[in-house]
Ligand binder design. Structure first.
Ligand code: 5GP
Ligand code: ZN
Length: 139
C-alpha cells in the first residue's frame, strides 16, 4: 500500500534496523522501544489487522516470531518476552499494517506496562453469556 509506513519499510524506502527477513516476513526494531530489543514482526504483504491478514502470512509471521524470540533470548538473556498484537484504533493500533510486538524484559528492568494489568474479579454470568455469544458466532 502506497502510503503505509511499514510497506515503505518493506520496500526499503525508509530505513529500519532489520533483525530478520524471509520470503514472507520482515522483522525490525521499534523506533520507540518499550525496552531495548523491542522488535516488530510484519508480513511483507499489506494487511491491516487480524481480520484481514491471509492465513499463510499470519502463519509465517508467528513461525518467524519463534525464531526471532529465540534470537532475542540468546542475545539479551531476558527474563521474559511479551508478545503483543493490537487490532483496530480502539485497541490503540496506530500503524494499520499487521504487526506483532516482541518486547523483552531483562533482569532488573522495569515492568512492561503492556503485561502488568490489575486483575479484578469478573461478573461470572456476563462472562458465561459472552462466551456463549462468541462460541455461537464461530460455529
Ligand atoms: P501499534 O500501536 O500500531 O501496535 O504500534 C505501532 C508501533 O510502530 C509503535 O510501537 C511505533 O513506535 C512503531 N513505529 C511507528 N512508526 C515507525 C517507523 O517508522 N519505524 C519503526 N521502526 N517503528 C515505527
Ligand atoms: Zn502496509
Amino acid at each position: 500500500m502506497e502510503s503505509c509506513i511499514f510497506c515503505k519499510i518493506v520496500r526499503g524506502e525508509i530505513p529500519s534496523f532489520k533483525v530478520y527477513e524471509d520470503e514472507k516476513v520482515l522483522a525490525f526494531e521499534d523506533i520507540n522501544p518499550i525496552s531495548l530489543g523491542h522488535t516488530l514482526v510484519i508480513p511483507r504483504n499489506h494487511a491491516k489487522d487480524l481480520w484481514e491478514i491471509a492465513e499463510e502470512d499470519l502463519t509465517a509471521v508467528h513461525l518467524a516470531s519463534k525464531k526471532i524470540t529465540q534470537g532475542i533470548a540468546k542475545a539479551l538473556n531476558p527474563i521474559g518476552v511479551a508478545c503483543l498484537q493490537l487490532n483496530g484504533p480502539g485497541a490503540n493500533q496506530v500503524v494499520l499494517h499487521y504487526h506483532l510486538h516482541l518486547i523483552p524484559r531483562v533482569s532488573g528492568g522495569p515492568e512492561l506496562p503492556v503485561a502488568n494489568w490489575e486483575l479484578k474479579k469478573g461478573d461470572i454470568s456476563a462472562i458465561k453469556a459472552t462466551a456463549e455469544k462468541i462460541a455461537a458466532a464461530i460455529r
